[in-house]
Design a protein around this ligand. Structure first.
Ligand code: GLN
Length: 461
């Protein structure tokens, strides 16, 4: 088959189902076909092809794409056409990937259901009345509905792993700094991390290898070789590996069917020769509270750049108003409720007099969580930790939309990894008997040991 045929098949699939799924905010039909044609021409000329030549991909609308709209799911960037490619976008193009379009997401990646998108919610392909997770619901739904074989997400507090879990797909948050943030719209800079989404562990590894690696344009980019993720995904041998079950991630609030599938995965790992032990990480109980101070604090600073002067939307610019008034009107009209809630919360937490009590305490908790991981992975410790990715399967669209606290609970198991900066994967481990919806298994590895995720993932897949 040719790259053009593969691309046309996926464009046809998008045409057939995306009206219902709403995974894409923008489909770049012409661009995708041009990329595919270029691959076929290169092949015909016998030229060297990139490692993912002709493979279509769905790109989360948080990465800049030269000449293609980038909205971050927000009205405030409606109509903005970036003049440059994110490093990740450039790397995909250099690998000869065919970018099909940009996927739906919670506005500025804030949310766990994609309902906070300014462009309408995405449906979960397993049951369109249910959420596909968030913030990267569009990318995971595109995979689950066979609109794309590969996708890209970003994970600040679980936005790759939680959508992967609830759509029965694979998602990886690489070690912080592994994938460049240059051209990725910032939400919470010390937590944000781009990563691969796919339907199999090996596919995710192949994509991981393409997007990871040092980038001088990102000051937090790691200058070290990418761990051997593809080799690990092909290996899948867990004999003699030490696997820790996080004690904190079960009990009240966890759906019975989720725990049942998780326990089966534990048994499977034992059968495959892994040694399984329970690991106590007491500070993880404080992770959610710390995250919802740190992430809003950083977002309140990052989102100050959306001032109606630099990008996108401008409201009230009729020659009678001051710049401050135009900025206020634009932000009022352009930001949704959740974004406003977080900017207000973050501004408050960072204000003088409250800084130590809120932001300062949250940073201390962050250190304690990092120490829990260090202890777990330290001498005589485990090679990886495992847990359910989410406490429950996908919930109905609308159920938690007006209850931010209930929404935040979806991130209970994923957030500690973002706070500590290490790596984690979610992969499918069966369907919950009570609702027939997918359940995710989370694997967590130390920083720069991303290959362990793929080794264990390939074993239990
Ligand atoms: N759901 C979390 C939040 O709303 C995580 C978001 C993310 O990882 N981008 O902040």
């Amino acid at each position: 088959v040719t790259a053009v045929q593969v691309t046309e098949a996926h464009l046809a699939r998008i045409e057939a189902v995306d009206e219902k799924v709403n995974a894409f905010l923008h489909v770049d039909r012409e661009g995708a076909l041009a990329q595919a044609r270029a691959v076929d021409e290169k092949r015909a000329r016998g030229e060297k092809l990139g490692p993912l030549a002709g493979v279509p991909l769905a790109l989360k609308d948080i990465f800049t794409t030269k000449g293609i709209p980038t909205t971050v799911g927000s009205k405030i960037l409606e109509g903005w056409i970036p003049p440059y490619d994110a490093t990740l976008t450039r790397r995909l193009k250099e690998a000869d990937v065919v970018i099909l379009g940009k996927t739906n997401m919670d506005e500025f990646a804030m949310g766990s259901s994609t309902e906070n998108s300014a462009y309408g919610p995405t449906g979960n392909p397993w049951d369109l009345t249910k959420i596909p997770g968030g913030s990267g619901g569009g990318s995971s739904a595109a995979l689950a509905s066979y609109e794309a074989p590969l996708a890209i997400g970003t994970d600040t507090g679980g936005s790759i792993r939680q959508p992967a879990a609830v759509t029965g797909t694979v998602g990886v948050k690489p070690t912080y700094g592994a994938v460049s943030r240059y051209g990725m719209v910032a939400f919470s800079s010390s937590l944000d991390q781009g990563g691969p989404c796919a339907r199999t562990v090996l596919d995710a590894a192949l994509l991981h290898e393409v997007i990871a690696g040092h980038d001088p344009l990102d000051s937090t980019s790691i200058d070290a070789p990418v761990p051997p993720v593809v080799e690990a995904a092909r290996n899948g041998d867990v004999k003699g590996m030490r696997v820790g079950v996080v004690k904190q991630f079960r009990g009240e609030g966890y759906q019975a069917g989720v725990l049942q599938r998780f326990d089966e995965s534990v048994e499977l790992l034992k059968e495959l020769g892994a040694e399984v032990v329970e690991v106590d990480c007491p500070s993880f109980d404080l992770a959610l509270a710390a995250y919802y101070l740190i992430a809003p604090s950083e977002c309140s600073s990052n989102l100050a750049r959306f001032d109606a002067m630099r990008y996108g939307l401008r409201v009230g610019d009729d020659g009678t108003k001051s710049a401050e008034e135009v900025t206020a009107l634009t932000r009022e009209a352009g930001f949704g409720d959740e974004v406003k809630r977080r900017v207000i919360l973050g501004t408050y937490a960072l204000s003088s007099g409250y800084y130590d009590a809120y932001y300062g305490s949250a940073q201390k908790v962050r250190t304690l969580i990092t120490r829990d991981f260090e202890k777990a992975f330290g001498e005589g410790g485990v090679d990886v930790l495992i847990s359910p990715t989410t406490p429950t399967t996908a919930f109905p669209i609308g159920e938690r939309a007006d209850d931010p606290m209930a929404m935040y609970l979806a991130d209970l198991c994923t957030i500690p990894t973002n706070l500590a900066g290490n790596a984690a994967m979610s992969l499918p481990c069966g369907l919950a008997p009570e609702d027939g919806m997918p359940v995710g298994l989370q694997i967590i590895a130390p920083a720069m040991a991303d290959d362990r995720l793929y080794r264990v993932g390939a074993a239990v897949e």
